[in-house]
Design a protein. Sequence first.
Length: 390
Amino acid sequence: MPLVVESGKMWAEAAPTGDDVRPALDSPIGRSLVTGAGAPSRPSVLITGGAGFLGYHLANGLAGRAGKLVLADIAPFEPEDYPEGAELLNVDVRDRAAIDALVGGGEIDIIIHGAAALPLWKREEIFAVNVRGTRNMLEAALAHGVARVTFISSTAVYGVPEKHPVEEDDPLIGVGRYGESKIEAEKLCGEYRGRGLCVPIIRPKTFIGTGRLGVFAILYDWVHSGKKIPVIGSGENHYQLLEVEDLVEAIWLACTGPAEKANDTFNVGAKVTGTVKEDVGALCEYAGTGARVMTTPAWLVKRALRLFEVLKLSPLYEWVYGTADKDSYVSSERIEKALGWEPRYSTAAALVRSYRWYLDHVEEVESEATGITHRAAWKQGILKLFKRLM
């Protein structure tokens, strides 16, 4: 794994397999939605979940490559975070009439459906947003002649597999309500493919980058404070992450590549991933605060975290801690071969880039209220007490 030296620190960086893999504006992929006459030169794009972490990065990553950008979300937007000219709309994907009005103007070429309820939500809310909301988007696209709907799924659909790397055709055994809802939404995508829609499905690993907080804000706070960083188990397992900029490129390729290649399901994850001990250790080394990895007995820590979750004393839910000591990585070979995607950042480099943004905004993060989205720091609860002991 190549190392980059910055400010006297060494940290792992992905080895690029070539030049910047982003399609140029005048390339066949960057230029057209589909090949052939009549393809729009800069397609108009609707992004659902636009106020979220991925929506923010999609909007800024596609500015200049897409034509009109429309972002929809039930959550409020901060207009200064988005490209000039982007249309920001408060729309609930569960509201079929509102979705028809949004899509029915005939100006949308591509829908990137990223709106999703997070695992912390109640079961009925998760299924309403993730399943019914997806059906609403697909039905509206079919009714109003939208060329393509790229659905953002999750590797949570695989559950906790024994086989690695995980491939797209492996069994789907979603763990928890979130994973189950994504499986149901993918079934809908398959149904609408059969009705003539081009529906690429993206299954990303946990993605991080500038502006990502959520559970990672807890890690960054502990690293910044020079604390011991407890990892569940020995830390010898491989837990793959994904830099959000790499994910944006994968989504754009799925949106603009030839339909016969893009109308498929794709895993997306960092190509270079060390062990948890190595990758978190690289982050600690970069930080230079004295923070260091501390291994723990998995059985004991998991039982404690489960108790804290039941008592609502900890923000960590079972999907986070239950798999933390397991191997978790996917093969991205299919999207690499079909659409030419190549990730630019390793798991360690993604952690460092995200942490570096945290350092630049730490006072702002600490002064703002906590929340339950990926763009807000989560309340640490009882973990704050353990932090004092580390």
